[in-house]
Every structure is written in C-alpha cells, then in structure tokens.
Design a protein around this ligand. Structure first.
Ligand SMILES: [Cu+2]
Length: 270
C-alpha cells in the first residue's frame, strides 16, 4: 500500500495507531530488538516566515524538521531589539498553539495603547506550546525565562527538542505559530513604552511585546521524503534519513534566507 499521497496528518495519525498497537506486537516478538522506533520514523517539516509585529522591524525564518515528537528547530532572526540594561536584549520565543493559527493585526489592540500585547494576540495564536529556549526546559513554564533565550539584534537558533503531544498536534494541524518577543521601546508609542508587562510586572512591556510572528505551514521538504519512509522502516537507513533531513533543512533555510533578503532588497529599491 502506498501512503505517499497522504499528507502529514494522516500518516502521523497512522503512526500513532501503529504505536498503540506496539506492545501487543512486541509480546509476540522474541523481544531481542523491540526498539519500537520505526513506527515513529515518519518525518515532517514545517516552516514559517516571521513578519514584523508592533513596528519592531524584526523579521526571520523558521524551519522545523521532525520525526514524531522529536524536532529540530532552525531559526534566523534579524532587525530585533539590540540592548536591554547594558546587555543583549533577550528575545523570548515560542511556538504558540491551539488557536486560530494566525498572527494578530493592529485591530487586536483592544486597550488602544498602540501596540498588540501578548495577551491581546492570544486569541489569534493561542497560548505557549513550546518555549524555544537555548538550553534546559522547553515547556510553557519557561515562557518568560528570559535568561534562557537568545538575545541581541540578530541571531541564529538551532535546537533539537521534544514537542509535547499538544504542540505536535497543533503544528501538524496548521495552528502552530512562532512568536519572537521583545521590542525596542524607542519604536513604541510613549504610553506603551512606559508600561510594565502584563505577563511579568518585573519586566517592561517592551520586553514581552510580540516583535515577529509567523504561522507554521507544511514545507515541501516534508512532503517529498514520504515515499521513502517505507524503505526507512526496514532498518539501517534511519540514521541516514535523519542526516538527509538535517542537511536538507540547512539548505532550505539558506534558500528561505536568500528569498527574504531578496524581498527586502526589492522593497528598498522600489
Ligand atoms: Cu510567545
């Protein structure tokens, strides 16, 4: 049976069904090599262009390559706020999940202070599903652990982490949204720049304000390897599949970056 015509959603659902059938199958096995990993070998790939929110000037690209719940996140971010209290401006960044899968427009500014705060954006992109920290915990609990996030005006980010079932389901569902936070207060309306964050009264609103946002969509990179998944199940090809995915990811990210750069060049010229 060929499954290559199916999109990522049904194949992952199929993987989950096979996985739940796993223990029964393992019992009939002699138990020697029951690693159970082949059922989760389905690879997937999602990407997002991060567009500026709140006049921040911040833009970026995201690529997430995954197999089951294991995911490697590649990001490039440019034009972000540079310094905060004499240090690099920390940029909390998350995969938000489980809402409309959209980035908010200016009309989401309910209190009329001229910016769309993180709570004001939540009806569009939802709560935090994964905190894209540099190290340590990646759960929503670390959403404001600003010491654990990248900082400065431009950076690249790469981390392999485990998505929760909820986060994976949302990403696959098309409602995963990557949000980078932290806006230079000089770019904000005075009233908003003087406010403290709604999320942490110890922080200025500028530190948690959404700066860039993009909805994760299935990338073509993720659809192509599906025909090859059958061969991956048969054993030793697993490692090389992962290497291929990672290499392809880097290539794709480079291509995305070049595209974004080209677009900006055109914007400047026109
Ligand atoms: Cu966020």
């Amino acid at each position: 049976m060929r499954t290559s015509k199916f999109f990522a959603v049904p194949t992952i659902a199929l993987g989950a069904m096979l996985l739940s059938a796993g223990p029964a199958m393992a019992q009939t096995d002699n138990g020697g090599e029951a690693d159970g990993t082949t059922d989760q070998n389905q690879s997937w790939s999602f990407q997002a262009d991060l567009d500026t929110l709140n006049n921040s000037g911040t833009v970026g690209d995201v690529l997430i390559e995954g197999q089951g719940n294991q995911a490697t996140v590649y990001m490039t971010v440019e034009g972000a706020a540079e310094t905060f209290m004499d240090g690099p401006f920390p940029h909390a960044q998350h995969i938000h999940i489980g809402a409309q899968g959209q980035c908010p427009g200016p009309e989401a500014d309910e209190d009329g202070d001229g910016v769309v705060s993180t709570p004001e954006g939540e009806p569009f992109y939802g709560p935090i599903g994964t905190s894209l920290t540099i190290e340590g915990d990646t759960s929503p609990d670390s959403g404001l652990a600003i010491d654990d996030f990248p900082g400065g005006s431009s950076y690249t980010y790469e981390r392999t982490l485990e998505l929760s079932d909820e986060a994976l389901a949302s990403v696959v569902d098309g409602t995963g949204v990557v949000v980078v936070h932290g806006v230079n207060p000089e770019l904000m309306p005075e009233e908003a720049a003087a406010k403290q964050s709604f999320l942490d009264p110890e922080l200025p609103l500028a530190a948690t304000l959404p700066a860039a946002c993009g909805t994760l969509t299935a990338s073509q990179m993720g659809e192509m390897p599906e025909g090859g998944a059958d061969t991956g199940v048969s054993g030793g090809a697993q490692g090389s599949n992962m290497a291929l995915a990672a290499g392809g990811g880097a290539l794709a990210l480079g291509a995305i970056g070049a595209g974004a750069y080209f677009m900006r060049q055109r914007t400047v010229e026109s």
